[in-house]
Design a protein around this ligand. Structure first.
Ligand SMILES: C[S@@+](CC[C@H](N)C(=O)[O-])C[C@H]1O[C@@H](n2cnc3c(N)ncnc32)[C@H](O)[C@@H]1O
Length: 367
C-alpha cells in the first residue's frame, strides 16, 4: 500500500495515458513535471538556443520561458498541453515545451516513476562513442540523460515494435546498452492491447527499468472478454454518418487495407484514423436508425452483407474508450481532427495499468 503520493514525471506526455491509468486505479499521485511540444517544430536550432542561453546567463526558468516564447512565435497552439491541462492537476511551472531543454538535475531523487517513449531516430550516422554519448543528437539521448540526472526509482519506456528492427536492429541494440550503462535493471516485452482487456490489436514495445535490483515480470495475458460492440455509444452524433461515396468506399473489398466495417477487434488506431475513410467503421441496421430523421437526412442507406443500413465512423468517445480511457477523459478542448489524432497516438491505458500493478508488487515506493 502507498502511504504517500507517487511522484511521477512524464515526457512526450501527449494526453497522459500513464496519468489516466493511475487515476483509473485510484493510485494517488502528483505530477512533478510533464512535457510535450505539441508536434510543433522550431526554426531556431538547439545550438542557437543554447548559445543564446549561455551568452545571456539564463537560469533554468528563464530558459524555459525563452523556449516557450519561441514555440509561441510559431503561431501554433500546443494541443497536447491543452488536452493535458484539461485532464490533470498541473501548473504552468511544471510543464515543459521541449524535452531537450529540461535540466533533470533539479529533480534528482525527486521522482518515483519516469515515463515516456521517444520517436524512433537513427543512431547510425553517429559512429560508436561511449554509452549515453552514443545517442547524442536524438530525442532518446534526452530521455536517457534525464534518467541519469533524475535517477527515478522506476522508468517505463514505450515505443513501436518496429524499433526492434530499426536500422537493422542497431538502434535497439544501442538503446539497450545505454539503459544497462545507466545501471538500471531492465526488462522488455512487446504487449498487445487484446491481451489486456481492450479489443484493439495494438502491439507496443515496453521497457521497465529499476534503479534497485528488482525481479520483475510483465503482466500475464488475459482472455479478451469484450468486442468493439461493448464500447459503442447509443446515439452517435449525426456528423459521423457516411454518405454514399464513403459507404461504397469502406465496404469495397479493394480498400480493406484502409477501412473495415464491424470488426469485433479493431485495428491499431492511428493519427489519421477516421479521415478519408481510414480505420474501423460501424454498420447500423436500418431498424435502429429509422426514427432518426437527422441521420436519414445525412447518411446513405445501402446494403452490406445482405442487410439494409447505414455506416458511421467511430465517435471520439468510442476511440478513447477503445484506448482504455474512461468517460471522465475530456477530449473537447481540441478540434475534431486532433481528438482522433491524440487518441491514435496514445498508449492503451489498460496495458499501463497492468504493468503498473506488477511494478507495485516488486517496488517499494514508500521507502
Ligand atoms: C507518440 S506521441 C506520445 C503520446 C503519449 N504517449 C500519450 O499518451 O498520448 C509522441 C509525442 O512526442 C511529442 N514530441 C516530439 N518531439 C518532442 C520534443 N522535442 N519535446 C517534447 N515532446 C516532443 C509529440 O508532440 C507527441 O505528442
Amino acid at each position: 500500500m502507498l502511504s504517500k503520493k507517487l511522484r511521477i514525471a512524464t515526457v512526450f506526455s501527449g494526453i497522459g495515458a500513464f496519468e489516466h491509468a493511475l487515476k483509473k486505479d485510484n493510485i494517488p499521485y502528483e505530477i512533478v513535471f510533464a512535457c510535450d511540444n505539441g508536434e510543433r517544430e522550431l526554426s531556431t536550432s538547439y545550438e542557437e538556443i543554447m548559445n543564446y542561453a549561455s551568452e545571456n546567463n539564463l537560469s533554468d526558468e528563464e530558459l524555459s520561458k525563452y523556449v516557450k516564447s519561441l514555440y509561441d512565435s510559431t503561431g501554433k497552439e500546443n494541443r497536447m498541453k491543452t488536452s493535458y491541462f484539461a485532464n490533470y492537476d498541473i501548473s504552468e511551472d511544471r510543464w515543459y515545451e521541449d524535452i531537450r531543454f529540461i535540466n533533470g538535475k533539479k529533480y534528482t531523487n525527486k521522482v518515483d516513476i519516469f515515463v515516456g517513449g521517444s520517436p524512433c531516430q537513427s543512431f547510425s550516422n553517429m559512429g560508436r562513442r561511449k554509452g549515453l554519448e552514443d545517442a547524442r543528437g536524438t530525442l532518446f539521448y534526452n530521455y536517457a540523460k534525464l534518467i541519469d540526472e533524475i535517477k527515478p526509482k522506476v522508468f517505463i519506456y514505450e515505443n513501436v515494435p518496429g524499433m526492434l528492427n530499426h536500422d537493422g536492429g542497431d538502434t535497439w541494440k544501442r538503446i539497450k546498452e545505454i539503459f544497462i550503462n545507466l545501471n538500471y535493471k531492465c526488462y522488455d516485452a512487446i504487449l498487445n492491447g487484446i491481451d489486456y482487456g481492450i479489443p484493439q490489436r495494438r502491439n507496443r514495445l515496453f521497457v521497465v527499468g529499476f534503479k534497485k535490483d528488482r525481479s520483475f515480470s510483465f503482466p500475464k495475458a488475459t482472455k479478451l472478454q469484450t468486442t468493439l460492440f461493448d464500447y459503442l455509444e447509443e446515439n452517435a452524433a449525426v456528423r459521423h454518418y457516411l454518405g454514399q461515396k464513403g459507404f461504397e468506399f469502406v465496404t469495397n473489398p479493394k480498400y480493406r487495407g484502409r477501412a473495415v466495417v464491424n470488426n469485433e477487434i479493431i485495428r491499431t488506431q492511428k493519427a489519421n484514423q477516421q479521415f478519408n475513410w481510414n480505420g474501423d467503421f460501424v454498420f447500423e441496421e436500418y431498424d435502429k436508425i429509422k426514427d432518426r430523421v437527422d441521420v436519414l437526412k445525412r447518411a446513405y442507406v445501402g446494403t452490406w452483407n445482405g442487410k439494409k443500413g447505414v455506416i458511421r465512423q467511430l465517435t471520439y468517445r468510442e476511440c478513447y474508450r477503445l484506448m482504455g480511457f474512461d468517460d471522465s477523459y475530456d477530449y473537447t478542448k481540441v478540434s475534431n481532427l486532433w481528438r482522433y489524432r491524440q487518441a491514435g497516438n496514445s498508449i492503451i491505458v489498460n496495458v499501463l495499468e497492468a504493468i503498473m500493478s506488477e511494478i507495485m508488487k516488486v517496488e517499494d515506493f514508500n521507502e
